[in-house]
Design a binder for this molecule. Structure first.
Ligand SMILES: *[C@@H]1O[C@H](CO)[C@@H](O)[C@H](O)[C@H]1NC(C)=O
Length: 297
């Protein structure tokens, strides 16, 4: 199986942003060239955070997939070490300035991914990365079964998230028919955060779409979400959030004509019902997170 593709200069940044977002999730990057496009995926070591960016053939200037046997539906599932790919896309502003075109090829005959940047002044940078063949990585999640769906421009969500400190690990999202709230949650509390507690709320009318079947109050990691929001914002896309009760995974997704991206995160299991009448009080510590498996190999 061989995949060859060509990405135009202005699109290379999107690919780079997707890799940045995935690098916040896991240490490995799956490249999955399919007929419906090239998927990039990652999962964290406990399989409780998962991300997938699917670039459709239309995203590319050229996209070709060849299989030795026409009959077989087998695709290449290659697993790369994130550290071997991320440095190539480290500085997106310099990529934007200097890269005119990018060629990428994946071949199972050689177990190699070749990424070539055609830069200004005729400079060609070729990166040769070895991969390991692997089982396909799949998410175990059905967004249709989620009782609650919110949709908002990435900008709105970024504006909310920007108020939390960079070291903030987890945040809590609550929704009721009257109010959507985002607040920080400090387990035990440490350093200056012990006494700082931020809450932001919005009326459901502020959302492009708001469907609610169940009050929910979920706590999840902010780190993985920041990457997704940065990707969505760079393409000015609205973000859909699919959420359920505490302990069930939360899904963030974006799509446009040429790509779709999904980030799935396990949420903290919440056995204690909390008092919402005193939002200025720090929340009581929750029960330890159960590692919900949301992706499998
Ligand atoms: C994996 O991601 C989940 C969800 O964000 C997080 O709770 C968990 O701590 C992460 N596990 C590891 C080993 O990074």
């Amino acid at each position: 199986v061989t995949m060859n593709c060509v990405i135009e200069g202005y699109s290379v940044k999107a690919l780079g942003k997707a890799i940045h977002a995935l690098s916040r999730i896991g240490n490995e990057l799956w490249l999955d060239p399919m007929v419906k496009g090239l998927a990039l995926r990652s999962v964290n070591s406990s399989h409780s955070a998962y991300g997938c960016f699917l670039f459709s053939p239309m995203f590319f200037q050229q996209y070709s997939l060849e299989s030795a046997s026409k009959q077989s539906s087998d695709t290449i599932k290659c697993k790369l070490v994130m550290k071997s790919v991320l440095p190539l896309f480290r500085c997106l502003t310099s990529i934007e300035r200097s890269v005119e075109r990018c060629h990428m090829s994946v071949s199972t005959a050689t177990d190699r991914v070749i990424i070539q940047f055609f830069c200004r002044h005729g400079i060609i940078k070729t990166h040769n990365i070895h991969f390991q063949e692997s089982e396909a990585l799949q998410a175990v999640f059905d967004s249709h079964l989620c009782p609650n769906v919110l949709k908002a421009p990435a900008r709105l969500l970024t504006d909310m998230v920007v108020h939390f400190p960079l070291f903030q690990e987890e945040i809590t999202l609550s929704i009721t028919p009257m109010k959507v709230t985002l607040r920080n949650y400090q387990q035990g509390g440490k350093g200056p955060m012990k006494t700082t507690f931020t809450e932001m709320s919005l009326h459901p009318n502020e959302f492009d779409y708001f469907q609610m079947g169940l009050d929910s109050d979920i706590t999840f990691c902010l780190k993985e979400l920041r990457g997704m929001l940065s990707f969505a914002e760079s393409r000015s896309l609205p973000v859909s959030v699919y959420l359920n009760a505490a302990g069930k995974p939360v899904c963030f997704s974006v799509e446009d004509m040429v790509l779709e991206a999904t980030v799935l995160l396990a949420t903290v299991t919440n056995s204690d019902s909390r008092d919402h009448s005193q939002p200025t009080e720090p929340p009581t510590p929750k029960t330890p997170r159960e590692h919900t498996v949301i992706a499998k190999l």
